[in-house]
Design a protein around this ligand. Structure first.
Ligand SMILES: [Zn+2]
Ligand SMILES: [Zn+2]
Length: 76
């Protein structure tokens, strides 16, 4: 999956559990948001695939509708 830096728009690389922008030297974590209620989706991992589930009554969300946002990654 391609991920683009929210600050500079450059493609980010995946580094051990988070995204990293080489241009900004910043780490980001990805959050999947429900397209209907803009709340974070629960990730359901099964058989190597990831499904996304809205706990606010919108059910399973197809990947093509998901909004991904990137926020600074905390190492703590
Ligand atoms: Zn950047
Ligand atoms: Zn929802």
């Amino acid at each position: 999956m391609d991920a683009f830096c929210p600050a500079c728009g450059q493609p980010m690389s995946w580094v051990s559990g988070h995204f990293h922008c080489d241009a900004c030297h910043t780490d980001y974590q990805q959050t999947a948001l429900c397209p209907d209620c803009q709340q974070p989706l629960q990730e359901l991992k099964a058989c190597g695939a990831v499904d996304y589930f809205c706990q606010n009554g919108h059910g399973m969300i197809s990947k093509k509708w998901i909004t991904f946002t990137y926020s600074p990654y905390s190492q703590e």
